[in-house]
Ligand binder design. Structure first.
Ligand SMILES: Cc1cc2nc3c(=O)[nH]c(=O)nc-3n(C[C@H](O)[C@H](O)[C@H](O)COP(=O)(O)OP(=O)(O)OC[C@H]3O[C@@H](n4cnc5c(N)ncnc54)[C@H](O)[C@@H]3O)c2cc1C
Length: 418
């Protein structure tokens, strides 16, 4: 490597871009600049402050065993000790009442013994189907609905239990969840151990919010981090450099750029996408998910004894679902009656709403996921533009960190000896 530092830009300050910028900045050979369009870094990891208490509204938890790279990262940053185990029980309800319930509380079990029994039986069936088929290539041609039918889940179980559960982590409407490739969801459920009873207690969250590790990551990047810096486009030059065009600042030149935005924005940034970039990125689209923080209990199961941390609500007639969670279980210093709702179906009383915003999410549709296997090829192009993001994997923090580490390894290798 020559003595001059290579100038690298990272676009996007979510967990993926922050991981890439932090890891790359540990190598003296690189000079790092991160651009984030919002006025804060973190992307989906966003901590909101209410009455002097931090609360998480989107990214809230991680699974100790299923997030090895993320756990290593937060240990290295010295913030692992600020996490806490918390229990995630669930109550799936409709306007008729409670349909399914996963709980560890004796009072909850005693209140609805038949519902608990029914839930355990349905989850066992689903879990068996997932374990038996995770390595079965026969499911590669099936969509999720066909898979669920094959393992004999009933329409009722699919509508009121399985689809609302998946909705909580992909945010797509039920009809699209049914169409998703079975392989992706079966592996997701398997790797994240989502169907084990032990998974109710294996998740950890942050008493002071995800801002704990996000700000530590930001401080630890040896380089420049610009927030409020909306990149308009990027362009490869004939001389092998990459130009970064901003909305409100002069254009800057870099030796390489790492794009850590969601895939649909990544394509929009490229002035002249290669054929490969177009093929892989164009099937990815956005959805907007409404997130509301409020004190309107009408979105929860009517009896408090039935309420879980998570309370998915299902409207089977409209084929819709949303979820509300009791956020004080994660942040005990918060008022007990604060609720966070994602994609709420029931109207929320505006006089009880504290804050609301729209969150953009990548749509993990069948078409988008058909590009998944080929996605690592984006980083083999050696054209000065590299990519990372949680969409390289199952869409969660572990995938974001892993993709950030991988892109750094690839870029460092490409620049060895240059
Ligand atoms: C409601 C919800 C709840 C979730 N809960 C969890 C959870 O509990 N645990 C978990 O592990 N995962 C959770 N996830 C998944 C989460 O999306 C991923 O874990 C991860 O945070 C995604 O990180 P990322 O860096 O890939 O993308 P993002 O977080 O989307 O970051 C991309 C960044 O790029 C920026 N950007 C975009 N365009 C530009 C531009 N032109 N110029 C500059 N900057 C730009 C954006 O502003 C953003 O900050 C949740 C997701 C949602 C939507």
């Amino acid at each position: 490597m020559t003595s001059a530092k290579k100038k690298i830009a990272v676009i996007g300050g979510g967990i993926s871009g922050l991981t890439a910028a932090y890891t790359l900045s540990k190598q003296d050979a690189f000079d790092i600049t991160l651009f984030e369009s919002q006025d804060r870094v973190g992307g989906h990891a966003h901590t909101y402050r209410h009455n002097g208490v931090n609360m998480d509204t989107t990214v809230i938890s991680f699974h100790e065993q299923a997030y090895p790279n993320f756990v290593r990262l937060i240990k290295e940053l010295g913030v692992y000790g600020e996490t806490q185990r918390f229990k995630q029980d669930l109550c799936f309800h409709t306007d008729k009442g409670v349909e399914f319930m996963m709980t560890y509380k004796a009072a909850g079990m005693l209140a609805k013994p038949m519902t608990i029994f029914k839930t355990v039986a349905s989850l066992k069936k689903l879990s068996r189907g997932v374990v038996e088929n995770v390595r079965n290539s026969g499911i590669d041609s099936l969509n999720f609905y066909e898979f669920l039918q094959q393992i004999r889940m009933s329409e009722y179980e699919i509508t009121c239990l399985v689809v609302p559960m998946v909705h909580m982590f992909v945010g797509l409407p039920p009809a699209e969840i049914r169409q998703m490739p079975a392989r992706f969801l079966v592996e997701h459920l398997y790797h994240h151990k989502l169907l084990h009873h032990s998974s109710l207690t294996a998740w950890r969250g942050w008493e002071n919010g995800t801002i704990t590790y996000i700000s530590r990551l930001q401080e630890s990047i040896k380089g420049r981090v610009h927030t409020g810096a909306n990149v308009r486009s990027i362009e490869r030059t004939a001389g092998g450099k990459v130009l970064v065009h901003h909305k409100n600042q002069p254009t800057q030149e870099f030796d390489a750029v790492i794009v850590a935005t969601p895939p649909a924005s990544a394509l929009r940034l490229l002035k002249e996408p290669t054929r490969l970039e177009h093929r892989i990125l164009s099937p990815w689209k956005y959805s907007t998910l409404r997130m509301s923080i409020h004190k309107d209990k009408s979105v929860l199961p009517s009896r408090s004894i039935h309420r879980g941390f998570w309370n998915p609500f299902i409207d089977p007639r409209g084929d819709r679902c949303g979820a509300s969670y009791l956020v004080s279980k994660l942040h005990p210093r918060l008022d007990k009656d604060v609720v966070v709702s994602w994609a709420p179906i029931q109207p929320i009383d505006s006089s009880k709403e504290i804050h609301a915003r729209d969150v953009e999410i990548a749509r993990y549709t069948a078409e988008a996921l058909s590009t998944h296997k080929e996605m690592p090829a984006l980083n083999e192009q050696r054209h000065g533009i590299y990519y990372c993001g949680a969409h390289f994997g199952y869409g969660w923090h572990e995938a974001g960190v892993e993709s950030g580490l991988k892109v750094v390894a690839r870029l460092s290798k490409d620049w060895e000896g240059k």
